[in-house]
Design a protein around this ligand. Structure first.
Ligand code: SF4
Length: 750
């Protein structure tokens, strides 16, 4: 146990709130306020406040478990690691490397995500790796890359929100998912700006809005097209911006003009006057933003839907300009960094593409392997899980609980059971770990050091604050030990900083360039926004002794964001920049060597990251959800989160205070639908889709459309919402359609 308070960050969502961990007299640790982190300024939600409860050995795994005669029994680390290495080696020898699946998570630190991707490709030689972040934000990532040439969830810091004129928040209930972020929107309204919320439910977030649009689930794309149609019809297009900074407008314009307002009203259920009001509110101020979250993204047309919202920004000149832009509110703790450094099926570190020969050469050189030895792209997350027990015979899984979180979860549970071998690394015995042949107990946030990248693209250092319980090891140690047992003795360090130094080199020159970031900078500056290239070799040499940025030199070019426009004193205070105030470098008065890149809080202000520097319109049209209501399944189901639970609930369901606040699943429905069913508050309702049946008590509210029911997805068992959800995939992002499917609702047992 450390004797002093340690500044660190929350283990849960992508807001990555700052907190201090302070020792208690009893020898434990408690969360105390940390006001120096500008995003949350000390505020935390209940999940963050109670996070130390999951450190308790009362709820933890502290010994490896190995299945013996059908039962998981305690084993030594050597027994467990030998068993995993032996099984993986035997399966690979018999069926080839692609019979070995690897599944990661958006909660893994950058160092772990990086090492897991390297382990899969270098040690196992498999192409079959993906992660649960595919379920979280991949459509926004795909839409952002198509339009801007780069995916960073927010291309500006959150602190810009209160200073803009209008925000359209599409499918985000941040009052429940990240409550401390709500203050940015309250401040927006206090400053005279307006908030438009798009959501089929009147959520606590929607209650804050100046205008709440309640479209039918799965029609956000049509809604965005209808708004763009009105922008054109009302002469609100920023012609000069479109001409100077974009391409593809004519096709996008033609597609939007086919979505006239009355047609869009019929598709979405949002009235024409509301559409007109939204356009007025969005277009009248000088600056405005669109922020999307899982609502529009978790659809079988999520990439096109994101494209349609970006089109609205581009046509009105609201991207790549101060206080304007499109952004995605990433969900998982390291959902951003986890999608940058190589645990995705098609990706190498630094957000490089696995099928790009130059990227393969660069990363292979860092890894000391032949580029031709690297496998090609593999299957996406759902496709990988769906293939378990067929040509994928084993799975190594870290930081994920697909038995609860995957779509069509009962089917995925069967696929997991059909494997020849399943190994799971986790902190607790999750529902997925309980199916494993070997479970390895690993360290977690407060017990280890590592970097996370927040939804703003701000790289943060989460520091070790306490000694882990006896019996657990870090994921990095696990991968080191397995690599050695599988014949790769070098290249898998267990020290997170050593891994990060390698990650810097691997990411250098890539879209997500971390090469100028060091642990020391992260501490001194309270986080650094990527891209942050390292100085070129000669400049690094000229600085001499510039330990603050590390001696690691990558050859990456310094871009024009460096602050070296004064006298060559060697060190400069970061120049005052009125648009940079709180954002970056986050630590006021931080001093950097003159040639050191300060990081990039705001992207695209001069040019987009496309070849020609222009943003690209997406020529998209509305299409229905993969499954629409019909006679047999007449109601929409949409799913989401509640404030007191997090994702699959593996951690938060073990915290008494959170369980008391949110003890179990429910079915939210409108009084008119309840009356049709003859259901009263609390009655057990069976929700049935083509994939299964879930039962949970009724929660009746006028805050939802009468044609829609809502279920939170945090629980296993008979109330598991993902038993019902549809794995129909977006053709580009391969993201499943969690947010809309057709169900029928009946009183259970009636
Ligand atoms: Fe943690 Fe997110 Fe809650 Fe902040 S909002 S305390 S990061 S769960």
């Amino acid at each position: 146990m450390e004797t002093t308070s340690t500044p660190t960050h929350c283990p849960y969502c992508a807001l990555q709130c700052g907190m201090n961990l302070s020792p208690t007299p009893e020898g434990g640790v408690e969360v105390t306020e940390r006001v120096d982190f500008p995003v949350n300024r000390g505020a935390l939600c209940g999940k963050g406040r109670t996070a130390p409860a999951v450190l308790s050995s009362r709820v933890r795994l502290t010994s490896p478990l190995v299945r013996s005669r059908g039962t998981l029994v305690p084993a030594t680390w050597d027994e467990a690691l030998d068993r995993i290495a032996g099984e993986l080696g035997a399966i690979r020898a018999e069926h080839g490397p692609d019979a070995l699946g690897v599944f990661g998570g958006g909660g893994l630190t950058n160092e772990k995500a990086y090492t897991l991707g390297k382990f899969a490709r270098v040690v196992l030689g498999t192409s079959q790796i993906d992660y649960n972040g595919r379920f979280c934000m991949s459509s926004a990532a795909a839409g952002g890359i198509k339009a801007f040439g780069l995916d960073r969830g927010l291309p500006f810091p959150l602190e810009d929100i209160p200073k803009t004129g209008c925000v359209i928040l599409v499918g985000s209930n941040l009052a429940e998912t990240m409550p401390p972020a709500l203050r940015f929107f309250s401040e927006l309204r206090e400053n005279g700006g307006t908030l438009i919320v798009v959501d089929p439910r009147r959520t606590r977030t929607a209650e804050q809005a100046d205008l709440h649009l309640m479209p039918r689930p799965g029609t956000d794309l049509a809604l965005a097209l209808g708004l763009l149609h009105l922008v054109v019809a009302e002469g609100r297009v920023d012609e000069e911006y479109v001409r100077e900074r974009t391409s593809g407008w004519e096709e996008a314009r033609a597609a939007a003009m086919a979505h006239w307002p009355e047609h869009v009203e019929r598709i979405t259920g949002v009235s024409v006057p509301q559409l007109r009001e939204a356009v007025r509110m969005f277009c009248e101020p000088e600056a405005a933003m669109v922020l999307t979250a899982r609502g529009p993204e978790q659809q079988s047309k999520g990439t096109d839907t994101v494209g349609a919202w970006i089109n609205l920004c581009l046509a009105t000149g609201r991207a790549g300009r101060p206080l304007s832009g499109y952004g995605c509110l990433t969900g998982q703790g390291n959902g951003q960094g986890g999608r940058e450094h190589g645990q995705k099926a098609d990706q190498l570190p630094g957000y490089r593409k696995l099928d790009d020969p130059a990227a393969r050469r660069h990363v292979a050189e860092v890894w000391g392997v032949d580029p031709d030895s690297l496998p090609g792209p593999g299957r996406s997350a759902y496709e990988l899980l769906d293939a378990l027990g067929t040509d994928i015979r084993s799975l190594l899984l870290m930081a994920s609980n697909p038995v609860v979180s995957a779509p069509r979860a009962a089917h995925i549970e069967e696929r997991l059971k059909s494997l020849d071998f399943l190994a799971v690394c986790d902190v607790v015995l999750s529902e997925t770990a309980a199916l494993a042949d070997v479970v390895l107990p690993v360290t977690q946030w407060a017990e280890e050091t590592g970097t996370m990248t927040s939804l703003e693209g701000r790289v943060l250092l989460r520091r070790r604050a306490i000694t882990p319980p006896a019996g657990v090891r870090s994921d990095l140690e696990v991968l080191h030990e397995l690599a050695a047992r599988l014949g790769v003795e070098k290249g898998f360090p267990t020290d997170p900083e050593e891994v990060f130094e390698e990650l810097r080199r691997a990411s250098a020159g890539g879209p997500a360039d971390y090469s100028g970031i060091t642990y020391r900078r992260l501490v001194e500056e309270n986080g650094v926004f990527w891209p942050c290239p390292a100085p070129a070799p000669e400049e690094a040499g000229a600085v001499g002794g510039a330990g603050a940025v590390g001696g690691a030199v990558t050859g990456a070019a310094v871009d024009d964001g460096g602050g070296d426009d004064g006298e060559d004193t060697g060190f400069d205070v970061i120049p005052e920049d009125p648009t940079r105030d709180e954002a970056g470098p986050a630590q006021p008065g931080a001093v950097l060597p003159a040639n050191v890149h300060p990081g990039t809080p705001r992207l695209f202000l001069d040019r987009f990251a496309t070849d020609d520097g222009r943003a690209r319109f997406a020529p998209v049209s509305h299409r229905p959800a993969a499954e629409e209501p019909d006679e047999e399944y007449p109601v929409f189901l949409t799913t989401g989160r509640v404030v007191a639970q997090y994702q699959s609930g593996a951690q938060t369901r073990r915290v008494d205070e959170l369980n008391a606040a949110a003890p179990g699943p429910f079915v939210e429905l409108h009084p008119r639908l309840a009356a049709r069913l003859g259901a009263a508050e609390g009655d057990p309702l069976a929700v049935v889709s083509r994939r299964g049946r879930a039962v949970a008590p009724a929660r009746i509210t006028t805050g939802i459309r009468p044609d829609t029911v809502f279920m939170p997805f945090h629980w296993p068992g008979e109330g598991r919402a993902n038993t019902l959800t549809n794995p129909a995939l977006d053709p580009t992002s391969r993201m499943p359609e969690f947010k809309v499917c057709a169900v029928r609702v009946e009183i259970a047992g009636a």
